[in-house]
Design a protein around this ligand. Structure first.
Ligand code: NAI
Ligand SMILES: N[C@@H](CC=O)C(=O)O
Ligand code: NA
Length: 437
């Protein structure tokens, strides 16, 4: 049997601790599958004294992951710290500089610097593997960068954040509050260290940016993503969606349009009878539409220690099975130098259906005024429903819920802003895009 593959694990939190435990428990079967043993020879985390229930005997401890990357007796750095800057980035850069393969689950880092890191790895014939960075345990990166080679991809979309899907599911099914669901997602190890990244959509944007580069062969451009999170989704929206035959999901969508590549992350209404609408809890789903294969939908665990560690382990195993000089899988599916510049399609040109919920003053002529503003902007309505009077006796209000036929983002923005200027709207209008799989 070949020499053991020596790995150094930086970060022993939710994912790192699961990975160490799994490798320890499955040493023999891994050695058989990979044709060589996988040995953890070094680890680094913030707190050496914390009891993680791990057997770290014979493993060298480093307080500083960068020192580990530069000096430890390892072939692979596994970075499970997180964050686009700081220790995670410095450790990955140091590892590549030193000629070590890298496995990371860090989508924030890849969304920020994936192209540079991919180029650095390729220059040295190293593997930069990051299956866990998108949709946790689901093998979407492997599918995109290997299995779909030769396909022209027209759209990639999906539920890519377990925390948000968990929150939306429990709010809908159990009527729980947003805050309680988020706390539970944190307790279960699904959320990011800063959960705003989850609920405001940044984490989905990081993942989408990586998927866009793989799908369309372009540079990663996370800053160009239209971004809306789920923090202003209310029980009222969830109920209204359900009455109309939809469920609300936080989707990341990247699609080729005449104007360029459209990238957007926002709460989305998906028809109740579609597979993606039925994906609940921490489960993720990624749909890839391509010309040779057709439509592919991958569904599975999107977050959590073991599910994520499974993807990390798969990446490590790929390195164990590879042989020096045969590292041919480019990190972003094609040589980093051949990636095209990202050409952004403007969000205002986005076409689709819209759900619009308005609270309006309950007075004569308001419905007619709303209908006029929609017509002024060439928006055709699929349905308009007026809900019972609310507000106070002195200032009664009612809720209007509209679903539009396909229109443009610009038309909807203009219509809503005209209605706001008309002066009968109370509070902030809610606008949710509809996606038809
Ligand atoms: N938790 C999940 O379900 C998933 C997480 N990820 C990604 O995996 C990575 C790790 O996530 P978690 O395990 O959830 O995070 P975590 O917060 O549970 O663990 C982070 C670990 O990094 C260590 N660390 C932080 N700063 C350090 C420093 N300066 N030096 C040395 N160690 C340091 C901490 O001590 C801790 O052991 C992140 O990039 C995250 O986005 C990806 C997919 C799923
Ligand atoms: N916080 C992320 C973890 C996995 O990427 C999520 O909830 O999906
Ligand atoms: Na994955």
């Amino acid at each position: 049997m070949a020499d053991a593959l020596k790995i150094g694990v930086a970060g022993l939190g939710t994912v790192g601790a699961s990975l160490v435990r799994i490798i320890h428990d499955r040493q023999e079967s891994l050695a058989v599958s990979c044709g060589r043993a996988i040995e953890i020879t070094a680890v680094s985390a913030r707190n050496r004294d914390k009891d993680r229930g791990l057997d770290l005997s014979g493993v060298t401890w480093f307080d500083d992951p960068v020192t580990m990357a530069k000096t430890a007796d390892i072939d692979v750095l596994v970075e499970l710290i997180g964050g686009a800057e700081g220790a995670a980035r410095a450790a990955v850069e140091a590892a590549l500089e030193r000629g070590l393969h890298v496995v990371t689950a860090n989508k924030a880092l890849l969304a920020d610097s994936g192209v540079e890191l991919a180029a650095a790895a390729e220059e040295k014939g190293l593997l930069l593997n990051f299956e866990a960075a998108v949709a946790g345990g689901i093998p979407v990166i492997k599918a995109m960068r290997e299995s779909l080679t030769g396909n022209t991809i027209s759209r990639v979309y999906g539920i890519m954040n377990g925390t948000c899907n968990y929150i939306l599911t429990r709010m809908e099914k159990e009527g729980l509050s947003f805050e309680d669901c988020l706390k539970e997602a944190q307790r279960l190890g699904y959320a990011e260290a800063d959960p705003t990244f989850d609920i405001e959509g940044n984490d989905t944007a990081h993942k989408l940016a990586i998927m866009t580069a793989l799908a369309f062969g372009c540079e990663i451009s996370c800053d160009d993503i239209y971004l809306e999170g789920i923090s202003n989704i209310t029980q009222e929206d969830i109920r209204a969606a359900s009455e109309l035959g939809y469920r609300i999901k936080l989707l990341g969508v990247a699609q080729r349009t005449e104007g360029g590549i459209e990238q957007r992350v926002h709460p989305t209404m998906v028809p109740h009878d579609t597979v993606i609408a039925q994906v609940d809890g921490v489960t993720n789903a990624v749909a890839i539409e391509s010309d040779i294969l057709g439509d592919l939908l991958m569904v599975g665990p999107g977050a959590g220690g073991d599910a994520t560690a499974s993807a990390v382990l798969g990446d490590v195993a790929d390195i164990a099975k590879s042989r020096p000089g045969t590292q041919t899988v480019a990190a972003l599916g094609r040589p980093a130098k051949s990636l095209e510049p990202y050409r952004r399609a403007r969000m205002r040109s986005h076409e689709g259906g819209y759900f619009i919920r308005l609270r309006v003053a309950d007075r004569i002529g308001v419905i007619a005024a709303i209908a006029r503003r929609m017509a002024d902007n060439q928006i055709s309505l699929e349905s308009i429903v007026q809900h019972s009077t609310n507000g106070s006796d002195e200032a009664p209000t009612k809720t209007i819920i509209m679903v539009t036929h396909a229109t443009t983002e610009l038309s909807v923005r203009n219509a809503v802003s005209s209605m706001e200027s008309d002066g009968y709207i109370v509070g902030k209008p809610q606008v949710i895009r509809i996606e038809k799989p």
